[in-house]
Design a protein around this ligand. Structure first.
Ligand SMILES: O=C[C@H](O)[C@@H](O)CC(=O)C(=O)O
Ligand SMILES: [Zn+2]
Length: 279
């Protein structure tokens, strides 16, 4: 086995109110996504999303099933979205090879038996993934930034000028419940998802990258009137329960990947919270 998937339970907001720093980090922060020649991640009971990292260096890694799934193969009842945050690499999907460049995404539908991730040769293969339960097969599709639905939001004056690339959304690729994309902050802008929002129909996971190792992002979570923060480093992810805001401010600009699963595929149905309404 080269796969380690840890189970995390879903939390009640009234309980989370009492968490100290280490408890918040233990329940929501995912620190070690990239371990050499391993697939590492978390199976959260928030909408059963699996959040993980794939880091093949010396050998190719197959997407193997894990005990939590009680399935004969990983995608038996699941779909997966993969985004390349490292060097260009190859992914084999039931024998067909897809070349995935930096910041390109690959959707693989339910029912695909064999997925193999190849090392790129320079040791810099870093693939981030989200996987959600799925009831039917949709075709495998590679999505580049040029295929994405793109929105530019915010302004430098508010330190939140950013471009949102909606990569795996249903206007671009049909999926059962997974949605994924990438948001790039312009230099000088540090705030993501400000104004903040919640969407009770979907949980979300955020993954931060494209920043120097010595910089950090302060990620905000919690109900809008009861927020908490988690300091995060490059290549870490954080689970956002459906009742929680998810927003961050960095000590530099950065890029992050957002991924969602839940009730619907309606990216725009969020409830926005004005900055002055946060507590
Ligand atoms: O529900 C949507 C997600 O939280 C993100 O797409 C928001 C985001 O990238 C941003 O505003 O910067
Ligand atoms: Zn959101």
């Amino acid at each position: 086995m080269h796969t380690n998937i840890e189970t995390r339970y879903a939390n009640h907001p009234a309980d989370v109110k009492n968490y100290d720093t280490s408890q918040l980090r233990e329940h929501f922060l995912i620190e070690n996504l990239f371990v050499e020649d391993h697939i590492n991640g978390v199976y959260t009971l928030n909408d059963r999303l699996i959040v993980g990292g794939i880091h093949p260096v010396n050998k190719a890694l197959s997407l193997e099933t894990v005990d939590q799934l009680k399935a004969s193969y990983f995608l038996e009842r699941r779909e997966i979205g993969i985004i390349n945050v490292g060097a260009p690499t190859k992914i084999e999907v039931d024998g067909e090879t897809f070349e995935l460049a930096h910041k390109e995404a690959l959707y693989i539908g339910q029912g695909v038996k064999d997925v193999v991730f190849h090392p790129s040769g320079d040791g810099h293969t870093y693939l981030y993934f989200n996987s959600a339960p799925a009831h039917k097969n949709f075709p495998t599709k590679k999505v580049s930034q040029k295929d994405a639905e793109v929105v530019t939001l915010g302004a430098l004056e508010n330190s939140n000028h950013r471009t949102i690339y909606k990569l795996l959304v249903n206007s671009v690729v049909p999926t059962c419940q997974l949605q994924m994309g990438m948001t790039e902050l312009k230099p000088g802008s540090v705030w993501n998802t400000m104004p903040a929002h919640t969407h009770d129909r979907r949980m979300e996971a955020y993954f931060y990258f494209d920043m120097n190792e010595d910089q950090a992002v302060c990620h905000y979570m919690g109900q809008p009137e009861e927020t908490r923060h988690i300091w995060m480093k490059k290549h870490q992810a954080v689970i956002s329960p459906p009742w929680s805001i998810h927003s961050g401010a960095g000590t530099s600009n950065y890029t992050f990947i957002w991924g969602m699963a839940g009730e619907n595929l309606d990216y725009g149905d969020m409830d926005t919270v004005a900055p002055i309404a946060l507590k």
